[in-house]
Design a protein around this ligand. Structure first.
Ligand SMILES: *Cc1c(COP(=O)(O)O)cnc(C)c1O
Length: 422
């Protein structure tokens, strides 16, 4: 099936015979910064955040962008300038968020394995809330806060055991997942938390999975969490905020991704009568369709069974196809008007799983540029140096300007971290 750019417009669109990112021709970006490179549209980032902010006008709510989806400082800064908070999962992400201008009071800290050092850093920073994911984590946090003479604000991440109906690797709200505490255990752990001297119970948290295309599991999870909130209230524990996590899906191919309105309105309706601040942790939805990976066709290898187009980007740059069999639209930067053939779009890495797309109808020649669309989320953030491939450059377009926001790594930089035996 042929790729369609309609859902990327107006930020990524073919104008005057070639793909533009906002007002900048993609060929200019490739020429100036080289390929492969990630390119993001600032206007697209802002538009996706605004979709949330507009739905939340007049509501006591905080959008905490999930840093792990795309943690480039310039991306974080675009969101921080618009008042967003951040959902972090490591001390490294906390440092990034602060370097990008985040307000500490708008940072929530998720993750199942927070170290004592990470806890101390976040406590001293004065973050909004720790999303605690287990009973032993609660004890450790109490100890660390005590040693610093501080009190740790916490939410318990509860596992509502709802089926997010997404890929098993990115489903997190089922009993068999490693995340959060079992719904049945939450009350007892909250009671323990309320009794700890260096813990301050402030909220409740759940995150049921990623790339959800049906909003109903969110409502189902919320119902369960509200029930728990009532049980907690009955036992004398009052919460101030409810964190509904992230997970709203995007359109990669032809999926019907829900609007932010259809996702949020049912939730807001259920929360209307309650005086709870709402925290949201969208990741993919804010950045996924705001980025593309530009790559160049190196060689064409037509064959009897399959035709291979070997491009200069690979699974180390964009792991999602190899990891989840994920689909990304692949479009020519300068479309040709010759007849397309079917191509396997593969990278130079020595793995058969190194593909970016299967059976794509494209009219291409060596040297052509391709754009791998919807690569703004879990693209660069999941990249690696496998095969000693330096990580690629990242560029952000703002109107008619393209800015380098992360320069390409060099092999020398990679080798500099290593040493020979004496
Ligand atoms: C990954 C993650 C998110 C963001 O998920 P998306 O699917 O990218 O929106 C939010 N909260 C937590 C706890 C996460 O682990």
């Amino acid at each position: 099936m042929t790729a369609n750019l309609a859902h990327h417009a107006p930020f990524f669109a073919v104008k005057n015979g070639q793909l533009h990112v906002e007002s900048v021709p993609a060929t200019d970006i490739a020429e100036r910064f080289g390929t492969p490179c990630y390119v993001y549209s600032r206007a697209a980032l802002e538009a996706s955040l605004d979709e949330f902010l507009n739905e939340l006008t007049g509501v006591d709510a905080l959008v905490c962008y999930a840093v792990k989806a795309n943690s480039n400082l310039a991306v974080l800064n675009v969101f921080a300038r618009r008042g967003a908070g951040f959902d972090i999962v490591s001390g490294g992400e906390l440092q990034r968020a602060l370097a990008a201008g985040a307000d500490p009071k708008k940072i929530v800290f998720s993750g199942v394995g927070k170290s004592a050092e990470e806890m101390a850093f976040a406590l001293k920073t004065g973050i909004l809330c720790f999303n605690v994911e287990s009973a032993p984590e609660l004890e450790r946090l109490n100890d660390v806060a005590g040693s610093l003479g501080l009190k740790a604000p916490i939410s318990l991440r509860v596992n509502p055991n709802v089926d997010a109906k997404t890929h098993p690797y990115i489903s997190t709200g089922l009993k068999e997942n490693k995340f959060g505490v079992a719904y049945e255990d939450a009350l007892a752990i909250y009671q323990r938390a309320a009794a700890l001297p260096h813990i301050e119970v402030t909220g409740i948290d759940c995150h049921i999975g990623s790339q959800l295309l049906d909003p109903s599991p969110f409502a189902e999870a919320l119902d369960k969490v509200l029930l728990l909130i009532d049980q907690l209230a009955a036992s004398g524990i009052t919460l101030h905020h409810i964190d509904l996590g992230g997970g709203l899906g995007i359109r990669y191919q032809d999926e019907g991704a829900p609007t932010v309105n259809s996702y949020l309105q049912p939730l807001l309706k259920k929360l209307k009568a309650r005086s709870l601040k709402i925290v949201l942790e969208p990741g993919r939805r804010l950045v996924g369709n705001a980025g593309a990976l530009l790559t160049k066709v190196e060689f064409l290898k037509p064959g009897e069974v399959k035709n291979f187009a070997i491009v200069d980007a690979a699974m180390n740059d964009l792991a999602r196809p190899a990891l989840y069999d994920a689909w990304h639209d692949i479009v020519p930067v300068v479309p040709r008007n010759t007849a397309p053939s079917s191509w396997e779009i593969v990278g130079p890495i020595c793995e058969s799983g190194d593909f970016l797309g299967h059976s794509r109808p494209l009219a291409i020649a060596p040297g052509d540029l391709l754009a791998i669309m919807s690569a703004g989320a879990y693209g660069m953030a999941m990249s690696s140096n496998y095969n000693t491939r330096p990580r690629v450059a990242e560029v952000m377009v703002d109107g008619d300007q393209a800015h380098l926001i992360r320069r390409r790594e060099t092999v020398e930089e990679l080798l500099a971290l290593e040493s020979l035996l004496p």
